[in-house]
Unconditional design. Structure first.
Length: 319
């Protein structure tokens, strides 16, 4: 009995050192857990130096003008053209004070007008783009393809070509030199409609729309309660593009407006630039105004980028 016990337990005991020591298959048929290859080995992907260099050059190309504006806004009028370009100074607060005091705070009026044009025009344009894109993506109707092709043609047409005809139309109805002359042309954005149509077709399942209709939900409720939340990352992109386009728009308000109290920042700073030929000190005011004008764009991008991040994270976990 003792011999049989020793015989039955012998192979099991013999496999213990082999299993604990090496990781190779033991004589008893048991296999140790496989070892994982260390990270950063021969098969690990390494960043391309060429791609990294190109990205760094692109970042430098985009950020250098911003750095120049920030440095130039800190200089006095005498230092602006007499010192090294990227050498900062200590007159930023003084320049800001002069900018805000110009003609009893006219720059603040221009900033308020710009916010009105950009926020109002971008919001209404986003709603119109969302509704049009949703309809083009999920409804079938006669002339749908022709209508979409017309929108694509509008994307390819430069907006500056329409500025003079729009002025003639608004002057005919008495809306030239008013806020409406800048707000109304900003509502229809062909590129925004195109983006909304593409995003709605990719993010909204038709089965959900049919299920909501079966439950008795109306089309407006389906659009507001279901479609808009699903399209939100795309609509944020549409809003940001339109906001930046209206904020930086120069030609349309320059043609439409004659009263400087209605000017946006772009046209207002242009008038100050024209005065720089006779008053060189105005150049510093223009540069400081340009610095102030880009701060809302940076803040808006940092505020809205979380929508893009959440959308990318959501798409990464979808199976």
């Amino acid at each position: 009995m003792s011999t049989s016990a020793i015989t039955s337990t012998g192979p099991s005991a013999a496999t213990t050192p082999s299993t604990a020591g090496g990781g190779s298959p033991s004589r008893g048929g048991r296999r140790a857990p496989a070892r994982t290859a260390p990270s950063g080995g021969v098969g690990a992907e390494r960043p391309s130096l060429l791609a990294t260099g190109v990205l760094l050059l692109g970042a430098l190309y985009c950020l250098l003008p911003v750095v120049w504006v920030l440095v130039a806004a800190s200089k006095s009028p005498d230092e602006l053209f007499s010192t090294f370009t990227l050498a900062p100074s200590t007159h930023l607060v003084e320049n800001l004070r002069d900018l805000l005091a110009y003609r009893d705070g006219l720059f603040l009026r221009w900033a308020g007008n710009t916010v009105l044009y950009a926020v109002g025009g971008a919001l209404v344009s986003t709603v119109v783009s969302a509704a049009a894109g949703y309809g083009l993506a999920l409804f079938d109707f006669r002339g749908k393809k022709l209508f979409f092709n017309v929108i694509l043609a509008g994307v390819l047409l430069p907006a500056v070509i329409l500025a003079v005809p729009q002025y003639l139309l608004f002057a005919e109805v008495g809306l030239a030199n008013t806020y409406w002359a800048v707000l109304l042309p900003s509502i229809l954005n062909p590129y925004g409609i195109y983006l909304a149509r593409i995003y709605a077709g990719a993010s909204i399942p038709r089965e959900m729309i049919e299920a909501a209709r079966t439950d008795g939900a109306g089309e407006l409720r389906i659009f507001a309660r279901f479609a808009v939340p699903m399209m939100m990352p795309g609509l944020v992109t549409v809003f940001l593009f339109q906001f930046v386009g209206v904020w930086n728009n120069y030609m349309l308000p320059y043609i439409m407006l004659g009263d400087d109290s209605l000017f946006p920042i772009t046209v207002g700073l242009s008038t100050l630039m024209n005065q720089g030929a006779s008053q060189p000190a105005m150049y510093t005011t223009v540069v400081t105004g340009a610095l102030v004008s880009i701060l809302p764009l940076i803040a808006l991008f940092l505020l809205l980028q979380r929508y893009w991040q959440s959308d990318l994270t959501g798409g990464a976990v979808k199976g």
